[in-house]
Design a protein around this ligand. Structure first.
Ligand code: SF4
Ligand code: SF4
Length: 196
């Protein structure tokens, strides 16, 4: 269709479109730079990690910890419930029996106050998704999670944490197992903490 054969309605629509396009091409950059300008005066939210570390939420799921009783004995009884609860098959436990009979050197063979303890305990952080199901399954609160989140490493082997890596540090008044129960005459005293 030639230009001369266009009807007046079509011509009017085209001219409106051109005017609208000119208006947008004028205002859009101004609106865009307006966002930039406003943002320049806002508080900067960039976190300077790892130079400045912000505290996590109190219930953040970080690295696990194997807890101790106040005399230093281990709370883990080697029951494997945590390993069975883990959806990622990230935990490996081997239990063994405690013994109050002294070994050849006269040392106690007691690592936890009950019958059994966790002889081998491993968490594979290449598999762990930090879901926390294992700590829910633990019947003795031996296993909890800390707020530590810096778990990256440069090789796979170091991401399998052994029992020694996971055990809570010895606090004042605690003694490195194995040793006899120190907090009373029987298990009732021990667990209630009634005798020292
Ligand atoms: S936090 Fe979840 S994935 Fe990690 S070891 Fe526990 S149950 Fe398994
Ligand atoms: S950490 Fe808890 S659930 Fe896991 S083996 Fe030890 S006592 Fe059992």
């Amino acid at each position: 269709m030639s230009e001369s054969s266009q009807n007046p309605g079509q011509k009017s629509g085209q001219s409106k479109g051109v005017a609208k396009g000119a208006k947008e091409s004028f205002w859009d950059p101004i609106a865009g730079f307006g966002v930039t300008f406003r943002t320049m005066f806002k508080k900067v939210v960039t976190e300077q990690y790892p130079f400045e570390k912000l505290p996590t939420a109190p219930r953040f799921h970080g690295r696990h910890q194997l807890n101790r009783w106040p005399d230093g004995l281990e709370k883990c009884i080697g029951c494997e419930l945590c390993a069975w609860a883990c959806p990622a098959d990230a935990i490996y436990v081997e239990g063994a029996s405690n013994s109050d009979a002294p070994d050849a050197d006269g040392n106690s063979q007691r690592f936890s106050p009950g019958e059994r303890y966790g002889r081998v305990y491993q968490i594979n952080y290449l598999r762990c998704i930090l879901c926390g199901l294992c700590i829910e399954a633990c019947p003795t609160r031996a296993l909890t999670m800390t707020n530590e989140y810096e778990l990256a490493d440069t090789n796979r082997a170091d991401l399998i944490y052994e029992k020694a890596d996971l055990l809570a540090p010895l606090l004042p008044g605690m003694e490195q197992p194995p040793h006899p129960m120190r907090l009373g005459d029987d298990e009732g005293d021990y667990y209630r903490g009634t005798t020292r």
